[in-house]
Ligand binder design. Structure first.
Ligand SMILES: Cc1cc2nc3c(=O)[nH]c(=O)nc-3n(C[C@H](O)[C@H](O)[C@H](O)COP(=O)(O)O)c2cc1C
Length: 333
């Protein structure tokens, strides 16, 4: 079965790859990912302030966050490794490049335009084949308009585009009033792809002790639905590559994402829960599913359920909304 796909200009044998996470902090785990057939390796984000190294340690000491994601702990590297500083991060890119043949995609999360340019250049010089721009921002300033927030995001993409030649993809959250419009602006600013969507890690409140409880839950397949909707909308509008991240746990999830328009399928939670070897099984399951359903290739399926093929996205959304509300029965409760 031909599972090949093109993502950010790379001809890949299939779309399955680990998403940005500490899975690639450790060379052994990177080799396991490649052995399991990962189509590319995505590194976790380098944070401008190296908060992962410095501030996070302080944060953990104050909040006890270390115990908050016990489920992930078995696949998470030692905190000392998780906390790569800038130098370590760049060195890690070089080491991974030397160790694997697949494309290596770095990820950057900065706060000021200067830092984006500076670190993007360093990342390119270190040998990364592509760069994810991790836009992780909660707009909380009452004086800043939605347009201002979006202008900043577009400016970051444009600045990084100026600074590097490697392909860039913007990893966005779904929380914009007009994602389609923003996606168009991001594309015109020079992004080669979008990664949908970032998850916001939402702290809980410990009501007894009046404390903030930071929690990192691994994802569930329910999270895929929001991604499917926006892949389906954007695949008819955005000319570049689309990657899904969030809620892909098995081959059927990957099938749905590709049908909605994904060129790449990123996974983190399932690989953390079940190990990098899961990629091999998912690829075999994907092949079997396509064979059983009479497809000749993955490309034949790509975008087959996108709204671009079916007409006006807003009208389809409205009719789906009405259908869903009408379809509810008391037995569903
Ligand atoms: C422990 C952990 C660390 C992560 N670190 C990053 C990161 O540094 N940068 C980033 O863009 N996403 C990061 N993510 C988010 C993942 O890349 C991914 O988008 C998210 O987990 C949803 O995908 P999933 O449902 O396959 O887990 C992290 C996720 C986890 C669980």
């Amino acid at each position: 079965m031909d599972l090949s796909t093109t993502y950010l200009g790379f001809e890949l044998p299939h779309p399955l790859m680990p998403g940005s996470s500490p899975l690639a902090d450790d060379l052994d785990s990177v080799r396991r990912l490649e052995d399991a057939g990962a189509a590319a390796i995505v590194l976790r984000s380098l944070f401008e302030e190296q908060i992962v190294g410095d501030e996070l340690a302080t944060y953990r000491a104050h909040t006890g966050a270390a115990e908050s994601h016990a489920e992930a702990a078995s696949y998470l590297p030692d905190p000392a490794v998780f906390a790569l500083g800038t130098h370590d991060y760049l060195e890690q890119i070089q080491k991974i490049k030397a160790a694997v043949k697949v494309p290596v995609i770095a990820s950057l999360n900065g706060t000021t335009p200067e830092s984006w340019i500076e670190y993007a250049r360093l990342i390119e010089q270190a040998g990364a084949d592509a760069l994810e721009i991790n836009i992780y921002e909660l707009a909380t300033d009452p004086l800043e308009s939605g347009e201002d927030v979006e202008d900043r995001t577009v400016a970051v993409v444009a600045a990084v585009r100026e600074a590097v030649k490697i392909p860039i993809a913007a990893k966005l959250s779904p929380f914009y009033s007009s994602l389609s419009h923003l996606a168009g602006r991001i594309e015109r600013a020079g992004a080669n792809g979008l990664v949908l969507f970032n998850r916001f890690y939402q702290p809980d409140i410990d009501a007894e002790n009046l404390e903030i409880e930071p929690r990192l839950y691994l994802s569930s397949p329910v999270e895929l639905l929001l991604r499917l909707r926006w892949l389906a909308v954007l695949s008819g509008q955005f000319q570049g590559s689309l990657a899904v991240t969030g809620g892909v746990h098995n081959a059927i999830d990957a099938v749905k994402a590709v049908m909605a328009g994904a060129h790449a399928v990123q996974m983190v939670s399932v690989l953390m829960r079940r190990g990098p070897e899961t990629l091999t099984r998912l690829r075999a399951d994907l092949t079997r599913w396509l064979e059983e359903h009479g497809y000749d290739s993955l490309r034949q399926m790509q975008g087959s359920m996108s709204y671009g093929r079916g007409g006006d996205a807003a009208a389809i959304e409205r009719s789906n909304y009405m259908r869903i509300l009408q379809s509810w029965r008391p037995d569903d409760a």
